[in-house]
Design a protein around this ligand. Sequence first.
Ligand code: AMP
Length: 288
Amino acid sequence: MEIIKNIFEMQGRAKDILGKNLVTGFVPTMGALHEGHLSLVRRSQAENDVTVVSIFVNPTQFGTGEDYDSYPRVVEEDLNALKALDTNILFLPEKDDIYSTDFNTFIEVKGVTENLCGAFRPGHFRGVTTVVNKLFNLVKPVRAYFGQKDFQQVVVIKKMVNDLNMDTEVIACPTVREEDGLAKSSRNLYLNADERKDASILYEAMKSVAEGLQNGDIDFQKAPHKLVEVLCKMEHLKEIQYASLYDPFTLEEVTDKTPEEYKKRELLIAVSLILGKTRLIDNLLVDL
Ligand code: AMP
């Protein structure tokens, strides 16, 4: 596995690859890799000639009081996991190279960034779109792979790519879960044993609402109440930031006034909550 730390070297390598008419698939990550990340790497390897994985804990997407400093950094383990998969290139840029002291340009997507996580993490998506834009310029991928686990992130990045006519196809990949349904996440490392037990209720809550909607036991008006009712079974639950039904394209909350529309297409159940001190997000697409 080739390891590239220098941003200009990465850009040069990307040009070489393009010059040889080879296709690059790209998996941007913040490291502390788990099976969710690795599923994206495998998908990229199956669909492209060269797979580049980046590890960069992006400071601009963390707000004040968030976990930028404590975010897990386990580069040696990540390196071994990527080597074991025969990843072609690991891109490991330095913070000061990505953001020079006079850095002053940001990409901001309006609309789809404003509710759900955007409402609780001001500036988060601005940081995400800015860094993804920079990474795309350095890696020059034909395809880039993102997890549906961060559903809003995928919608926002697709919007940026479309609005700015960027030449990278954004591919959303299914959420990889633990046996009890908890979505794999680097932040699950923060949960203590009791909180980890509670955490499985998140998937249980979304699944029971999805099933209720599908078999007609729950209507659109009752769904958010049912979701909250099950989530409240968590002993260490501190806050529910959002838990409701949303349009998977606009991310607007779906109300009981519009049920017919969603009979023809999918509906998104999305949740964000604080368990102990850890923020967990998850979602499920429901085919009604
Ligand atoms: P992160 O390192 O958290 O920035 O995540 C890097 C990429 O991995 C993002 O596209 C995430 O959506 C994706 N990802 C994280 N967790 C999972 C998961 N459990 N299943 C699938 N993809 C995931």
